[in-house]
Design a protein around this ligand. Sequence first.
Ligand SMILES: NC(=O)C1=CN([C@@H]2O[C@H](COP(=O)(O)OP(=O)(O)OC[C@H]3O[C@@H](n4cnc5c(N)ncnc54)[C@H](O)[C@@H]3O)[C@@H](O)[C@H]2O)C=CC1
Ligand SMILES: Nc1nc(O)c(N)c(N[C@@H]2O[C@H](COP(=O)(O)O)[C@@H](O)[C@H]2O)n1
Length: 242
Amino acid sequence: MSLGSLRPDVSDFLSPYLPPNNDENLSRPSVTLTYAQSLDSRISKGHGIRTTISHPETKTMTHYLRYHHDGILIGSGTALADNPGLNCKYGGPDAREHSPRPIILDAKQKWKFSGSKMQELFLSGEGKSPIIVVDKEPADKETGAEYLACSCTDLGSFDWDKMMHILRTRYRIKSVMVEGGANVINQLILRPDLVDNLVITIGPTFLGRNGVEVSPTTGMSLCDVNWWRGTNDAVLAAHLSK
Ligand SMILES: NC(=O)C1=CN([C@@H]2O[C@H](COP(=O)(O)OP(=O)(O)OC[C@H]3O[C@@H](n4cnc5c(N)ncnc54)[C@H](O)[C@@H]3O)[C@@H](O)[C@H]2O)C=CC1
Ligand SMILES: Nc1nc(O)c(N)c(N[C@@H]2O[C@H](COP(=O)(O)O)[C@@H](O)[C@H]2O)n1
Protein backbone atom coordinates (compact mmCIF):
# COMPACT_ATOMS: atom_id res chain seq x y z
CA MET A 1 0.00 0.00 0.00
CA SER A 2 1.43 3.38 -0.92
CA LEU A 3 0.56 6.30 1.30
CA GLY A 4 -1.33 9.42 0.21
CA SER A 5 0.02 12.83 1.18
CA LEU A 6 -0.66 14.29 4.61
CA ARG A 7 -3.44 16.89 4.68
CA PRO A 8 -1.78 20.27 5.37
CA ASP A 9 -3.72 21.03 8.57
CA VAL A 10 -2.89 17.71 10.26
CA SER A 11 0.50 18.62 11.73
CA ASP A 12 -0.94 21.71 13.49
CA PHE A 13 -3.90 19.69 14.73
CA LEU A 14 -1.71 16.93 16.18
CA SER A 15 1.20 18.97 17.50
CA PRO A 16 -0.20 19.44 21.08
CA TYR A 17 -0.73 15.66 21.25
CA LEU A 18 2.72 14.48 20.09
CA PRO A 19 5.45 13.28 22.45
CA PRO A 20 7.93 16.00 23.44
CA ASN A 21 11.16 16.12 21.40
CA ASN A 22 13.45 16.38 24.39
CA ASP A 23 11.71 14.14 26.94
CA GLU A 24 14.29 12.98 29.44
CA ASN A 25 11.71 11.36 31.76
CA LEU A 26 13.49 8.21 32.84
CA SER A 27 10.61 6.47 34.57
CA ARG A 28 8.58 5.69 31.44
CA PRO A 29 8.07 6.62 27.76
CA SER A 30 5.47 9.15 26.66
CA VAL A 31 2.39 7.08 25.69
CA THR A 32 -0.11 7.81 22.90
CA LEU A 33 -3.22 5.63 22.68
CA THR A 34 -4.59 5.66 19.14
CA TYR A 35 -7.03 3.57 17.12
CA ALA A 36 -9.86 3.71 14.59
CA GLN A 37 -13.43 2.91 15.61
CA SER A 38 -16.88 2.74 14.05
CA LEU A 39 -19.89 4.79 15.14
CA ASP A 40 -20.96 1.86 17.34
CA SER A 41 -17.54 1.74 19.05
CA ARG A 42 -16.23 -1.33 17.25
CA ILE A 43 -12.64 -1.66 16.03
CA SER A 44 -13.18 -4.69 13.79
CA LYS A 45 -16.05 -6.71 12.30
CA GLY A 46 -15.23 -9.65 14.54
CA HIS A 47 -12.37 -11.46 16.28
CA GLY A 48 -9.72 -12.39 13.76
CA ILE A 49 -11.14 -10.16 11.03
CA ARG A 50 -8.83 -7.37 9.86
CA THR A 51 -11.16 -4.46 9.13
CA THR A 52 -10.43 -1.15 7.42
CA ILE A 53 -12.24 1.73 9.14
CA SER A 54 -10.00 4.71 8.31
CA HIS A 55 -10.16 6.67 5.07
CA PRO A 56 -6.75 6.66 3.32
CA GLU A 57 -6.09 10.24 4.50
CA THR A 58 -6.45 9.25 8.16
CA LYS A 59 -4.33 6.15 7.52
CA THR A 60 -1.64 8.64 6.44
CA MET A 61 -2.22 10.45 9.75
CA THR A 62 -1.55 7.14 11.56
CA HIS A 63 1.77 6.79 9.72
CA TYR A 64 2.59 10.39 10.65
CA LEU A 65 2.01 9.39 14.29
CA ARG A 66 4.20 6.30 13.81
CA TYR A 67 6.94 8.61 12.47
CA HIS A 68 6.87 10.52 15.78
CA HIS A 69 7.16 7.52 18.09
CA ASP A 70 10.04 5.20 19.03
CA GLY A 71 7.83 2.19 19.76
CA ILE A 72 4.44 0.81 18.61
CA LEU A 73 2.64 -1.57 20.98
CA ILE A 74 -0.13 -4.08 20.29
CA GLY A 75 -1.60 -7.12 22.06
CA SER A 76 -1.14 -10.64 20.73
CA GLY A 77 -4.81 -10.69 19.66
CA THR A 78 -4.09 -7.98 17.11
CA ALA A 79 -0.81 -9.57 15.99
CA LEU A 80 -2.63 -12.87 15.35
CA ALA A 81 -5.74 -11.34 13.74
CA ASP A 82 -4.15 -8.67 11.54
CA ASN A 83 -0.62 -9.84 10.77
CA PRO A 84 0.31 -6.14 10.82
CA GLY A 85 3.45 -4.55 9.40
CA LEU A 86 3.66 -1.75 12.00
CA ASN A 87 6.31 0.16 10.05
CA CYS A 88 6.25 3.79 8.98
CA LYS A 89 5.71 4.72 5.35
CA TYR A 90 5.62 8.45 6.04
CA GLY A 91 8.71 10.63 5.76
CA GLY A 92 10.57 9.54 2.67
CA PRO A 93 12.40 6.47 1.46
CA ASP A 94 14.27 5.60 4.65
CA ALA A 95 11.37 3.67 6.12
CA ARG A 96 13.35 1.56 8.59
CA GLU A 97 14.97 4.61 10.20
CA HIS A 98 11.60 6.31 10.78
CA SER A 99 9.74 3.16 11.78
CA PRO A 100 8.87 2.59 15.43
CA ARG A 101 10.03 -0.59 17.16
CA PRO A 102 7.11 -3.07 17.34
CA ILE A 103 6.29 -4.27 20.88
CA ILE A 104 3.98 -7.28 21.15
CA LEU A 105 2.35 -8.31 24.44
CA ASP A 106 2.42 -12.07 24.20
CA ALA A 107 2.87 -13.68 27.62
CA LYS A 108 2.19 -17.20 26.34
CA GLN A 109 4.03 -16.80 23.02
CA LYS A 110 1.14 -17.54 20.70
CA TRP A 111 2.36 -15.21 17.94
CA LYS A 112 5.30 -16.12 15.69
CA PHE A 113 7.65 -13.53 14.20
CA SER A 114 8.77 -16.10 11.66
CA GLY A 115 6.61 -15.88 8.53
CA SER A 116 4.95 -12.64 9.67
CA LYS A 117 4.56 -9.36 7.76
CA MET A 118 6.79 -7.77 10.42
CA GLN A 119 9.58 -10.23 9.59
CA GLU A 120 9.12 -9.60 5.86
CA LEU A 121 9.47 -5.82 6.40
CA PHE A 122 12.43 -6.30 8.73
CA LEU A 123 14.26 -8.50 6.23
CA SER A 124 13.61 -6.09 3.37
CA GLY A 125 14.88 -3.13 5.41
CA GLU A 126 11.46 -1.49 5.68
CA GLY A 127 10.74 -2.06 9.36
CA LYS A 128 12.34 -2.77 12.72
CA SER A 129 12.52 -6.06 14.61
CA PRO A 130 10.01 -6.61 17.43
CA ILE A 131 10.34 -6.75 21.19
CA ILE A 132 8.07 -9.55 22.41
CA VAL A 133 6.90 -9.13 26.01
CA VAL A 134 6.70 -12.59 27.60
CA ASP A 135 6.20 -13.91 31.13
CA LYS A 136 9.45 -15.87 31.01
CA GLU A 137 12.40 -16.08 28.64
CA PRO A 138 11.61 -18.75 26.03
CA ALA A 139 13.95 -21.70 25.55
CA ASP A 140 13.64 -21.34 21.75
CA LYS A 141 14.13 -17.75 20.71
CA GLU A 142 13.20 -16.63 17.22
CA THR A 143 16.04 -15.07 15.24
CA GLY A 144 15.62 -11.32 14.94
CA ALA A 145 13.16 -10.94 17.84
CA GLU A 146 14.12 -9.67 21.31
CA TYR A 147 12.33 -10.87 24.43
CA LEU A 148 11.38 -8.74 27.41
CA ALA A 149 10.55 -11.02 30.33
CA CYS A 150 8.05 -9.30 32.63
CA SER A 151 6.38 -11.26 35.41
CA CYS A 152 2.58 -11.53 35.40
CA THR A 153 0.15 -11.02 38.27
CA ASP A 154 -2.10 -13.90 39.41
CA LEU A 155 -4.61 -12.67 36.83
CA GLY A 156 -2.04 -13.15 34.05
CA SER A 157 -1.48 -9.41 33.50
CA PHE A 158 1.81 -7.59 33.05
CA ASP A 159 2.43 -4.65 35.33
CA TRP A 160 2.19 -1.75 32.85
CA ASP A 161 4.36 0.57 34.96
CA LYS A 162 7.12 -1.98 35.23
CA MET A 163 6.96 -2.86 31.53
CA MET A 164 7.05 0.80 30.47
CA HIS A 165 9.96 1.47 32.82
CA ILE A 166 11.96 -1.37 31.26
CA LEU A 167 11.15 -0.14 27.75
CA ARG A 168 12.43 3.32 28.71
CA THR A 169 15.57 2.31 30.58
CA ARG A 170 16.74 -0.89 28.83
CA TYR A 171 15.56 -0.17 25.28
CA ARG A 172 15.80 3.66 25.43
CA ILE A 173 12.28 3.99 24.03
CA LYS A 174 11.14 7.53 24.80
CA SER A 175 7.68 7.35 23.19
CA VAL A 176 5.22 4.52 22.59
CA MET A 177 2.18 4.55 20.35
CA VAL A 178 -0.39 1.96 21.44
CA GLU A 179 -2.65 0.84 18.56
CA GLY A 180 -4.75 -1.84 20.27
CA GLY A 181 -6.59 -4.08 20.21
CA ALA A 182 -9.71 -3.90 22.34
CA ASN A 183 -8.29 -5.68 25.38
CA VAL A 184 -5.31 -3.33 25.51
CA ILE A 185 -7.38 -0.19 24.79
CA ASN A 186 -9.94 -1.03 27.50
CA GLN A 187 -7.14 -1.27 30.07
CA LEU A 188 -5.25 1.87 29.06
CA ILE A 189 -8.24 4.16 28.62
CA LEU A 190 -8.57 3.96 32.41
CA ARG A 191 -4.92 4.96 32.99
CA PRO A 192 -4.57 8.77 32.86
CA ASP A 193 -1.37 8.33 34.87
CA LEU A 194 0.15 6.35 31.99
CA VAL A 195 -1.51 7.65 28.80
CA ASP A 196 -0.34 11.12 27.76
CA ASN A 197 -2.33 11.52 24.55
CA LEU A 198 -5.41 9.98 22.98
CA VAL A 199 -6.12 10.10 19.22
CA ILE A 200 -9.24 8.29 17.95
CA THR A 201 -10.34 8.11 14.32
CA ILE A 202 -14.09 7.69 13.93
CA GLY A 203 -15.19 6.22 10.61
CA PRO A 204 -18.73 6.63 9.23
CA THR A 205 -19.73 2.99 9.55
CA PHE A 206 -21.53 0.63 11.92
CA LEU A 207 -19.82 -2.74 12.42
CA GLY A 208 -22.62 -4.37 14.38
CA ARG A 209 -22.96 -6.44 17.52
CA ASN A 210 -20.54 -9.13 16.41
CA GLY A 211 -17.84 -6.51 16.08
CA VAL A 212 -14.99 -6.18 18.59
CA GLU A 213 -16.14 -3.46 20.97
CA VAL A 214 -14.06 -0.89 22.84
CA SER A 215 -15.70 0.16 26.06
CA PRO A 216 -13.92 0.51 29.41
CA THR A 217 -15.46 -1.05 32.52
CA THR A 218 -16.12 2.37 34.04
CA GLY A 219 -16.68 5.86 32.67
CA MET A 220 -13.77 8.15 31.89
CA SER A 221 -13.89 11.79 30.83
CA LEU A 222 -11.58 13.68 28.53
CA CYS A 223 -10.08 17.15 28.55
CA ASP A 224 -8.22 19.40 26.07
CA VAL A 225 -10.49 17.99 23.38
CA ASN A 226 -9.96 18.92 19.74
CA TRP A 227 -11.56 17.59 16.54
CA TRP A 228 -10.27 17.31 12.99
CA ARG A 229 -12.71 16.71 10.15
CA GLY A 230 -11.58 14.82 7.04
CA THR A 231 -13.34 13.71 3.86
CA ASN A 232 -15.12 10.86 5.65
CA ASP A 233 -13.65 10.53 9.12
CA ALA A 234 -13.54 12.69 12.22
CA VAL A 235 -10.51 12.48 14.48
CA LEU A 236 -10.63 13.26 18.18
CA ALA A 237 -7.46 14.28 20.00
CA ALA A 238 -7.61 14.70 23.76
CA HIS A 239 -6.10 13.99 27.15
CA LEU A 240 -7.57 11.64 29.74
CA SER A 241 -8.86 13.56 32.77
CA LYS A 242 -6.87 12.75 35.90
N1 LIG B 1 -9.35 -0.38 14.32
C1 LIG B 1 -8.19 -0.32 14.95
O1 LIG B 1 -7.59 0.76 15.09
C2 LIG B 1 -7.62 -1.55 15.53
C3 LIG B 1 -8.30 -2.74 15.50
N2 LIG B 1 -7.76 -3.86 16.09
C4 LIG B 1 -8.56 -5.08 16.13
O2 LIG B 1 -8.66 -5.52 17.48
C5 LIG B 1 -8.88 -6.92 17.51
C6 LIG B 1 -7.98 -7.56 18.54
O3 LIG B 1 -8.35 -7.13 19.82
P1 LIG B 1 -8.29 -8.13 21.06
O4 LIG B 1 -8.79 -9.46 20.63
O5 LIG B 1 -8.94 -7.47 22.21
O6 LIG B 1 -6.74 -8.35 21.31
P2 LIG B 1 -5.52 -7.43 21.78
O7 LIG B 1 -4.73 -7.03 20.60
O8 LIG B 1 -5.95 -6.37 22.74
O9 LIG B 1 -4.63 -8.52 22.54
C7 LIG B 1 -5.07 -9.10 23.71
C8 LIG B 1 -3.98 -10.00 24.23
O10 LIG B 1 -2.82 -9.22 24.52
C9 LIG B 1 -2.20 -9.70 25.69
N3 LIG B 1 -2.29 -8.65 26.73
C10 LIG B 1 -2.98 -7.48 26.66
N4 LIG B 1 -2.80 -6.77 27.79
C11 LIG B 1 -2.00 -7.51 28.58
C12 LIG B 1 -1.46 -7.32 29.89
N5 LIG B 1 -1.69 -6.20 30.62
N6 LIG B 1 -0.70 -8.31 30.39
C13 LIG B 1 -0.45 -9.44 29.69
N7 LIG B 1 -0.90 -9.65 28.45
C14 LIG B 1 -1.67 -8.71 27.90
C15 LIG B 1 -2.96 -10.94 26.10
O11 LIG B 1 -2.32 -12.03 25.48
C16 LIG B 1 -4.32 -10.71 25.51
O12 LIG B 1 -5.02 -11.91 25.26
C17 LIG B 1 -8.57 -7.44 16.11
O13 LIG B 1 -9.79 -7.79 15.49
C18 LIG B 1 -7.94 -6.24 15.41
O14 LIG B 1 -8.27 -6.23 14.06
C19 LIG B 1 -6.54 -3.82 16.69
C20 LIG B 1 -5.82 -2.66 16.74
C21 LIG B 1 -6.31 -1.43 16.19
N1 LIG C 1 -5.57 3.70 11.74
C1 LIG C 1 -6.14 2.50 11.54
N2 LIG C 1 -7.26 2.44 10.80
C2 LIG C 1 -7.87 1.27 10.61
O1 LIG C 1 -8.99 1.25 9.87
C3 LIG C 1 -7.35 0.09 11.16
N3 LIG C 1 -7.98 -1.11 10.95
C4 LIG C 1 -6.16 0.20 11.91
N4 LIG C 1 -5.62 -0.90 12.44
C5 LIG C 1 -4.32 -0.91 13.06
O2 LIG C 1 -3.28 -0.87 12.09
C6 LIG C 1 -2.58 -2.11 12.08
C7 LIG C 1 -2.22 -2.50 10.70
O3 LIG C 1 -0.98 -1.91 10.43
P1 LIG C 1 -0.23 -2.12 9.03
O4 LIG C 1 -1.00 -1.33 8.01
O5 LIG C 1 -0.23 -3.58 8.71
O6 LIG C 1 1.13 -1.57 9.28
C8 LIG C 1 -3.52 -3.09 12.73
O7 LIG C 1 -2.89 -4.18 13.32
C9 LIG C 1 -4.13 -2.21 13.80
O8 LIG C 1 -3.24 -2.00 14.87
N5 LIG C 1 -5.59 1.42 12.11
